[in-house]
Design a protein around this ligand. Structure first.
Ligand SMILES: Nc1nc2c(c(=O)[nH]1)N[C@H]1C(S)=C(S)[C@@H](COP(=O)(O)OP(=O)(O)OC[C@H]3O[C@@H](n4cnc5c(=O)[nH]c(N)nc54)[C@H](O)[C@@H]3O)O[C@H]1N2
Ligand SMILES: Nc1nc2c(c(=O)[nH]1)N[C@H]1C(S)=C(S)[C@@H](COP(=O)(O)OP(=O)(O)OC[C@H]3O[C@@H](n4cnc5c(=O)[nH]c(N)nc54)[C@H](O)[C@@H]3O)O[C@H]1N2
Ligand code: SF4
Ligand SMILES: [Mo]
Length: 781
């Protein structure tokens, strides 16, 4: 998931900013994060030498947020193990977390800013780099308006404090409508369905993994991904515990994944047809009188409308499209209804598909119809320590879609964002409103978005580009200025996004484990300086940014009759804030204003975290719909249902492609860590034996795969783990472009699966690219 501009509660989640004027809701301090507070120490890791100390660090490499214990010699991370005392992860660690030290010390990481001179990137001082940004971007904005600046936010923004705190401020300062994030390659359908159902795009219910009796898991593979939009360290262990306590697990996936192998039932659906399956499950619940919404009867409106709208989606009607047996669909519905508690949960395979928003909506519809939304054992809304403190339920403003559209192909915005799939055309197409300068923070769209070759060319045609990225990679190689953040051991960590998506309420903070290296700049300060450079305040002290945010947030809080600080003196409240940097003071403020009234000091005193208890029901308080109820059949959803009905009769493509994630991968950027690249983590095309025979492909042969956007040539791996008619290729590979500085990744580059796409296939409501279940042709080379 991607990055949160809408305020630090996003998803994958973090893939997601929003354009609501950057919430000064959280903020500030005195800027420059040069002196991290002393790292707290823990008993040294076993086997550690005499000069070794240890420090705790929350792992930033996936959504599970495990606590790590780092062994440190001098300033080098020499060992990593799971922190057994961590209140949430209790010692769990995976191979990625174990490679934290190697990643931290990667010699290919940039250690100084780069600026382009006479076409070549050269090392530069921070001063030079920011001077250049201020000098080049402001004139473009003054001449062409704010939309001349495009902002691209990638996934790691949800994994850093800087990415949680500054993008909203940046967006507020630049006020461009050209905002693109990894969300439209990921979880935007979930934001849209939540926006429509609950009135808040960030109200995402998560499965109550530790208490549920039945988990219906759609298009997710947490045994490799470690979970998404469901933060749960040791997801595999939690699934095994579900089985041990007599619960059941059903997995819907066209591949027999490691997660599917753990399940009681594996449903190998034809890709892209989950919305049909889910509609049929709801249909069975209605037809057989199995609905039992309980207290949701009062809290939700439109249950009868949903019944009418789904009338045609019988198991028989969807069976051919899904390639499933209608009796199996009935059984699944009955099992769901019969379980004392159950949770329906979907991820990438349910989102990045043609009917992603409908599938995301139907998942919640099923949870409502079975009474499982907002009850223990079902799906619940977390309440994180930096969320807004609960207040009396009241109708809200609702959620609007399509408030503006993209300039070239008229795609509607969702959550303030335009589809990443249209970024290239917005740069290439001349005219007023064209993107002339691009700021890319922690993003690699050349590999992660459709048609990287086209984007590659488009980026070359920009008048100016900034990348905030530790690597010179496929995307940042186009930048005129590259601003590298420090290695992760040198940054403090707090999970703004994932605490709000966690299966248990808890809160943890880890200060920087080692001091900031001479010559590097904390990413919070980098982004604060970027805000200044882009808003005409270049040269001001970066603490001004945090002070501004703090001032605005406290002014709002003291004026709010529901706030615990109502009527107090904002200057006094600001003076009370603690923290070694502006970012930390902003965190302290958010904690103080939050539902548990904690302070940063509380977190520092509890280095292994504070457990805040199991998830609890939050309806109706969380609702922001105009009706003040869950609006179960929102207009835009009803309007999209005819498209789903058409899919009932569509002739399926002979061969479609789906992705896959490997445990030791992370999108496009961990292939440069030797321990994570190689072995079974390979860029191969998985083909079912029957398809391989038909296509005359042998194991290890090279195949040419062709889609709308181009062709790639890739080694074949024959396996019956994929179902017939489906091939699978992982994403994030294709490190063979010139000018990148990724010595390990470039030696085993793999191919870019997204070159098979041209960006024309999207889920229309959310603008999310169809990255799974698209037609391809495969032939021997
Ligand atoms: N075909 C296909 N395509 C996909 C997907 C798929 O399943 N199939 N998945 C999609 C999903 S879910 C996502 S989230 C996107 C991800 O898409 P992106 O966010 O564009 O890609 P990442 O590979 O996560 O790249 C992140 C960039 O951040 C940099 N980085 C790492 N750490 C930091 C840091 O601390 N600070 C900063 N500033 N930069 C950092 C890395 O060097 C890298 O350049 O990819 C999407 N693309
Ligand atoms: N090791 C590792 N962990 C990661 C990442 C990584 O790259 N590597 N990336 C992180 C990110 S950014 C994210 S968003 C999460 C994603 O977390 P997950 O969604 O759990 O991860 P995926 O492996 O993409 O799982 C998607 C599954 O959907 C299946 N699928 C494909 N098409 C369909 C379909 O049409 N219907 C159904 N039912 N299933 C389908 C695929 O076969 C695959 O098994 O993982 C995060 N964690
Ligand atoms: S599961 Fe995720 S958070 Fe935990 S150690 Fe592995 S990569 Fe890090
Ligand atoms: Mo993601």
């Amino acid at each position: 998931m991607p990055p949160p501009p809408g305020g630090p509660v996003s998803s994958s989640a973090a893939d997601a900013p929003t354009t609501e004027p950057a919430p000064p809701a959280h903020g500030g301090g005195d800027g420059a994060a040069k002196a991290p507070p002393a790292a707290r120490t823990a008993p040294p890791a076993p086997g550690a030498g005499p000069g070794t100390r240890t420090a705790l660090r929350i792992c930033p490499l996936c959504e599970a947020t495990c606590g790590l214990t780092l062994s440190i010699e001098g300033t080098r991370v020499t060992g990593v193990r799971g922190d057994r005392d961590d209140v949430f992860s209790e010692g769990f660690i995976c191979p990625k977390g174990a490679s934290f030290g190697e990643l931290d010390a990667d010699p290919d990481r940039l250690r100084t800013p780069l600026v382009r001179e006479d076409g070549e990137l050269r090392e530069a001082s921070w001063q030079e780099a920011f001077d250049l940004i201020a000098a080049r971007v402001r004139p473009l904005v003054e001449e062409h308006g704010p939309d001349a600046v495009g902002l691209v936010l990638g996934n790691p923004n949800v994994h850093t404090m800087a990415g949680g705190l500054y993008p909203p401020v940046l967006l507020g300062a630049v006020r461009t409508r050209n905002l693109f994030t990894a969300s439209t390659l990921d979880q935007m359908p979930k934001h849209v369905s939540s926006g429509l159902l609950y009135g808040s795009a960030v109200a995402i219910p998560v499965p109550d993994l530790d208490r549920t009796d039945h988990l219906l898991l759609i298009g997710a593979n947490p045994l490799e991904s470690n979970g998404s939009l469901c933060t749960a360290p040791d997801f595999p262990g939690r699934l095994k515990a579900l089985r041990r306590r007599g619960g059941t697990l059903t997995v819907v996936d066209p591949r027999r994944t490691r997660t599917a192998r753990l399940a009681d039932r594996h449903v190998a659906i034809r890709p892209g047809t989950d919305a049909l399956l889910l509609a049929a499950l709801a249909h069975v619940l209605f037809a057989e009188g199995l609905t039992a919404p309980g207290r949701l009867t009062e809290l939700a409106e439109g249950i009868d409308d949903v019944e009418a709208a789904l009338a045609g989606f019988t198991p028989e009607a969807v069976a051919a499209a899904c390639d499933l047996d209608p009796d199996d669909i009935r059984t699944m519905a009955r099992e769901l209804a019969a379980a004392p508690t159950a949770a329906v949960y979907g991820r990438i395979g349910s989102c990045t598909v043609e009917h992603g928003t409908l599938a995301s909506w139907l998942i919640d519809v099923l949870n409502v119809l079975t009474g499982n939304l907002d009850r223990p054992g079902g799906v619940l809304f977390p309440l994180s320590a930096t969320d807004r403190a609960p207040r009396p339920a009241a109708p809200g403003k609702g959620f609007a879609l399509g408030r503006w559209s993209s300039r070239v192909s008229g795609r509607p915005e969702a959550k303030g964002e335009l589809p990443m799939a249209v970024l290239a055309e917005e740069i290439e197409t001349p005219g007023e409103g064209r993107i002339r300068a691009l700021v890319s923070i922690a993003a690699n769209p050349v590999l992660s978005a459709p048609d990287g070759d086209r984007l590659d060319r488009a980026l070359d045609g920009l008048e100016f580009m900034v990348s905030v990225d530790p690597y010179l990679n496929e995307t940042s190689r186009h930048a005129d200025v590259v601003l590298p953040p420090p290695p992760p051991a040198q940054s403090a960590h707090f999970d703004f996004a994932f605490n709000a998506l966690a299966v248990r309420n808890q809160v943890r903070f880890t200060p920087a484990a080692v001091p900031l290296e001479e010559g590097l700049m904390d990413e919070c300060e980098i982004l604060a300086r970027l805000v200044l450079a882009l808003s005409g305040m270049h040269g001001a002290d970066p603490s001004a940014v945090d002070d501004m945010v703090i001032g605005a947030a406290l002014a709002k809080a003291v004026a709010d009759p529901h706030s615990a600080v109502h009527g107090q003196d904002p200057a006094k409240l600001a003076a009370d804030l603690t923290g070694g940097s502006g970012a930390e003071r902003r965190l302290d403020m958010m904690l103080r204003l939050g539902p548990y009234a904690l302070t940063l000091e509380d977190l520092v005193k509890s280095p292994h975290g504070i457990d805040l208890g199991p998830l609890r029901p939050r309806l109706p308080e969380i609702l922001r719909t105009r009706s003040g109820r869950v609006e179960l059949l929102p207009g835009p959803v009803a309007d999209d249902l005819p498209r789903l009905r058409e899919a009932l009769g569509a002739r399926p493509a002979a061969l479609v492609l789906v992705g896959r994630r490997h445990l030791r991968s992370n999108n496009s950027w961990l292939h440069n860590v030797p321990a994570l690249n190689g072995g079974s983590n390979r860029c191969t095309l998985q083909v079912h034996p029957d398809d391989a025979a038909r296509l005359r492909l042998g194991d290890g042969d090279t195949a040419r795969v062709t889609g709308d956007g181009g062709s790639v040539e890739v080694p074949v791996e024959i396996t019956d783990e994929v179902r017939r008619g489906v091939v699978s290729l992982p994403h994030g590979w294709g490190h063979d472009r010139s000018g990148v500085r990724l010595s390990v990744a470039s030696a085993r580059p793999g191919v870019n699966v997204n070159q098979l796409l041209d960006g024309s296939r999207t889920d229309p409501m959310s603008g999310t690219a169809v990255l799974n279940g698209f037609p391809v042709e495969v032939a021997p080379v």
